[in-house]
Design a protein around this ligand. Structure first.
Ligand SMILES: [Cu+2]
Length: 85
């Protein structure tokens, strides 16, 4: 599953904002915008991305079912959810 990170006039957004995957699958975030972004989970134990410059990516495998909400700390309101079943 690939999450795209795109620029908007507000700074950026994650598309799709909500993603459904199965246990054991991996999500890859690719920064297709000209801004810096990160992926920061509400659950600090998950491990966050470092700052992603343009064209950089971050991937994470999800091994447990659940709903995982995350934000980009640079851009208020830039958020997404991964639902793992
Ligand atoms: Cu951002």
């Amino acid at each position: 599953m690939v999450e795209e990170v795109n620029a908007t006039n507000k700074g950026g957004d994650f598309k799709p904002a909500s993603t459904n995957i199965k246990v054991g699958e991996t999500v890859v975030w690719i920064n297709h915008s000209g801004n810096i972004h990160n992926v920061t989970f509400d659950d600090k134990s998950l491990g966050n991305s470092s700052t992603m410059s343009a064209n950089e990516s971050f991937s994470k495998k999800f091994d447990k079912p659940g709903t995982y909400h995350y934000v980009c700390t640079f851009h208020p309101g830039m958020e997404g959810t991964i639902v793992v079943t």
